[in-house]
Design a binder for this molecule. Sequence first.
Ligand code: GLV
Length: 356
Amino acid sequence: MPSSGASKPKVVVCRDLGPDVMPLLTKRDDIEVVLWTEDRVSDRQWLLENVKGAVGIVIVFSELVDAELLDAAGPNLKVVSTMSVGYEHIHVPELAKRNIRLGYTPDVLTDAVADISVMLALMAGRNANETMGIVREGLWPKFIWAPFALCGPQLSTSGVSASRTVGFLGFGRISHATLARLIPFGVTDCIYSSNPNSSTSYKKERDEKLLSQHQPQLKSLRAVDLDTLGRESDVLFILAPGGPKTRHLVNEDFLRKMKKHSVLVNAGRGTVVDSDALAKALREKWIWGAGIDVVEGEPNVGKDHPLLKEPRCNILPHIGSASFETRLAMATLAVDNCLAGITEQEMPAELDVKAL
Ligand SMILES: O=CC(=O)O
């Protein structure tokens, strides 16, 4: 843990951001960098002690930023910079109260998360977890190939007559990028339910743009209520940012309305989905399968978790943005945001904490 010159402004960094990015901080002689060197969630006590007097903190989505932490930091704190696009782990009103700025990492991860969303849809529809399990357990030699064994619903519509309606719970940048990837799969109808605070004129303009961008393939794009979203989606992508307003929107009631052959993908936040209800939906075959990158309560998802008992549940350990290119861009942006925040300049990507 480097420590030079007690009087220099202190920046606490809760993960080693690697050899390309750390020097952006450590090579500066006008700040003191305090680093949590382990590749796991920083210890809360360590953070509470080290954050005292800091001007900036660089975190990831597993560090909770609440009144306790901000009080421990004290009045010098100017910026919290999270290496994530989501900010469910940050009590934003507490930042607003204290005039602390918030940096985040939108855009740079859009493609990586959209890629993995499509991957999860394919994995869930085509039974990746279950079928890879057969191979992993050495059961392939005993497996009798049969015409309809281990089939699942096809994502692409080319060559088959059925059309596919894709649904999005949350309709921001990552959803748009996911939709773009699905157009070549033959998707013609898209429905979504999104932030009720976005203005009607913004939504109208955005939807017209998306429709014209995906002409002539995309025939319809509609904002719908949650009931319709559940009932009509063949593949439902949950790409909402989380937080109290979206907690358990996908619950037993919602899942019971879904089609039997539908696939649910969650690459947004685990809290949007009630895990017990999803496990029941899979067990009782209300839906076909699920592909999830996020789970409520993660990373505490051990072997006994109800979702792990469901073969049709394809689970990844929150790796949506985990490509070399994207993580490098995110780490760089998080540092740039932090440096701009502590020097009171315009941040490359700032969330307006007073407007959230
Ligand atoms: O989940 C990842 C992120 O919010 O960046």
